[in-house]
Design a protein around this ligand. Structure first.
Ligand code: ARG
Length: 580
């Protein structure tokens, strides 16, 4: 396990509590919002005090009259801890009983060495070694357009995947394509009746129009639904003609989806798709019946939840057809058997929250896994200025066009095709990831593609700015010494912030929140730019062969900022060009 400052402080506090005779307690640290309150703060005295007071009331022996007094005793004891002395330069008590730690500047400077030594690995860890997670993301539906919801799922899902991998998890990404279900009966009927050409020649738009037309005509022509049912049955029974039509729909749709994945630079490990689980459903249905988890109701097979915790879910419809939920259960069983993951994550829109609660609870009732091995990251909607977009009506935006437009708009910064792609796609991704997954947002070009706000281009630009300073310097110091005798406010503000990156990555994983990485990177970039605008890093001579302590430090700091920005952006799936 790697040395980290927060862990070292926590260990010291824990040791002190033990020495003072307290039972083992959880210790947490915060970064105070106001920097004069120190780099870390602990509220341990405040959390311990109430139980102490009641215990001493009982015994009639009150050792500490206030949380502040307790904090002071802890600090007294901490002050003699030699390990801690190396890390902190000052420990203070603040009302009503916080313990604040001010880190040793020298240690922070030397800490930059770790960033430069570990390079692209800085912030990573192997703390999750041996653990496996499966993440279900992207998952577009065959014969339908890749929606903005699938775009969010792809971007957020990939970031979560990257973050977990960085922390040592074995990660398996699975693209659970919507390639099965009664809608394919409708598609088959619609194609036969109205397509007028071979499926290989249909665009997704045309497929979608056919689907829309089916629904329109079915409103007046009641036979269509029955025809669709028969067609789906034939598909399920493996009838050659229906199977071939369906297969072609899958291939055609995937060709279209691939264009989006290529633009995004995303490659998902596995693509099983819902159809893969077809043959695995009957044994699961049997198991659910045998275990008494599923019961018949009005000709259907349903899962009622104990104490009506959730509305019942359906395993088999009254016509005997399986459902989206049945396939999700089969998928879980399959994933368990194949990878035995510690964690299964789903990055799917918030409109499916109830569905996943039903799935996870069903899994628990079936006794396959524990509830805490599953997590649904529900994402909110992206709205266009016109309002929510619906595929049924066939007026959805074309994502491929949106992404190409982003690349086009990024040409105003740099028209090199590779760079404008990195910047345009980076802008779309960052703009999505900077919001917490669960909140929706309005898609706004001006906010996304600009150099002054909280945007991808701003961060990439800051990274490129660092690289350009380092390039101009020509040579890079080979040692950290001599250390500068004093640092200015702007230098300190970077130094007192940059070391938090590994903690932020951990927290982003724990909370399933890539937006925490964004917030951190944005603040780091702002701190760097404030420094850059106020001070001359290279001084008067750009090219130097001799270094003074200040220049050494500034180059190391600049290089560290570039590295951390790059590592953070990489977790978000965003590239960092060296020039913009
Ligand atoms: N294809 C589905 C949709 O577009 C999303 C699938 C999500 N994953 C899952 N295992 N249910 O709504």
């Amino acid at each position: 396990m790697k040395f980290t400052i927060d862990k070292a402080i926590k260990t010291a506090i824990q040791k002190t509590l033990k020495d003072l005779g307290f039972p083992e307690t959880q210790v947490s640290l915060e970064h105070p919002a106001v920097e004069v309150h120190g780099d870390y703060s602990s509220n341990i005295a405040l959390t311990l005090f109430p139980s102490l007071r009641s215990a001493s009331r009982r015994s009639g022996n009150l050792k500490f009259s206030s949380p502040r007094q307790l904090a002071e005793s802890i600090v007294d004891e901490l002050s003699s801890n030699k390990e801690l002395k190396k890390i902190v330069s000052k420990i203070e008590v603040a009302s009503p009983g916080f313990i604040n730690f001010i880190l040793n500047e020298k240690l922070l400077i030397i800490g930059l060495e770790e960033i430069l030594k570990e390079k692209n690995g800085y912030g990573s860890s192997n703390s999750a070694k041996g653990k496996t997670m499966v993440i279900d993301y992207s998952a577009p539906n065959i014969a339908k357009r890749f929606t903005i919801g699938h775009l969010r799922s792809t971007i957020i899902g990939q970031a979560i995947y990257n973050i977990y991998k960085f922390l040592g998890w074995k990660c398996i990404g699975d693209n659970h394509l919507g390639d099965w279900g009664t809608q394919f009966g409708k598609m088959i009927v619609a194609i036969r009746k109205w397509a007028g050409k071979s499926v290989d020649e249909l665009t997704i738009d045309e497929m979608e129009s056919l689907y829309v037309r089916f629904h329109q005509e079915a409103e007046t022509n009641k036979e269509l639904d029955e025809e669709a049912r028969v067609a789906f049955k034939a598909l399920e029974d493996g009838k050659k003609e229906e199977r071939e039509l369906w297969k072609k729909l899958v291939i055609r749709s995937m060709e279209e989806f691939q264009k989006i994945y290529d633009l995004l630079g995303v490659k998902i490990d596995e693509v099983y798709g819902e159809s893969y689980y077809e043959s695995m459903m009957p044994p699961i249905i049997d198991e659910a019946k045998k275990k008494g988890v599923a019961i018949e109701s009005k000709g259907a097979l349903i899962i009622p939840y104990p104490k009506d915790a959730l509305p019942p879910s359906m395993l088999l419809k009254s016509d005997g057809g399986t459902t989206y939920l049945t396939r999700d259960l089969a998928t879980i069983k399959f994933r368990k058997e194949k990878w035995n993951p510690d964690l299964m994550i789903y990055e799917v829109g918030s409109e499916q929250t109830l569905h996943f609660r039903q799935v996870f609870l069903a899994v628990e009732l079936l006794g396959w896994a524990k509830r805490n091995q599953f997590f649904h990251i529900p994402h909110g909607l992206i709205r266009l200025k016109e309002g929510k977009i619906s595929t049924r009506k066939g007026n959805a935006v074309k994502l491929e066009q949106v992404l190409t437009e982003a690349i086009d708009r990024a040409k105003k910064f740099n028209d090199d095709p590779e760079i404008s792609k990195m910047v345009g796609i980076g802008a779309v991704k960052y703009n999505d990831l900077k919001h917490s997954p669960s909140t929706g947002y309005v898609f706004d070009w001006a906010e996304m593609i600009n150099l002054d706000g909280n945007s991808g281009p701003y961060l990439q630009y800051t990274h490129a700015r660092c690289r350009s300073v380092l390039n101009k310097a020509g040579v890079f110091p080979s040692s950290f010494f001599p250390l500068p005798s004093s640092l200015n406010f702007e230098e300190l503000s970077i130094l007192r912030f940059i070391y938090r990156f590994p903690e932020v990555v951990m927290e982003a994983a724990k909370q399933y929140a890539p937006n925490l990485v964004c917030t951190f990177l944005y603040e780091l970039a702002q701190r760097f730019n404030t420094f850059y605008n106020k001070h001359r890093i290279l001084g008067d001579n750009a090219q130097r062969s001799t270094f003074n302590a200040q220049l050494v430090f500034r180059l190391l700091l600049t290089s560290s900022v570039a590295q951390v920005l790059k590592n953070g952006l990489a977790l978000l799936g965003i590239q960092s060009p060296n020039a913009m």
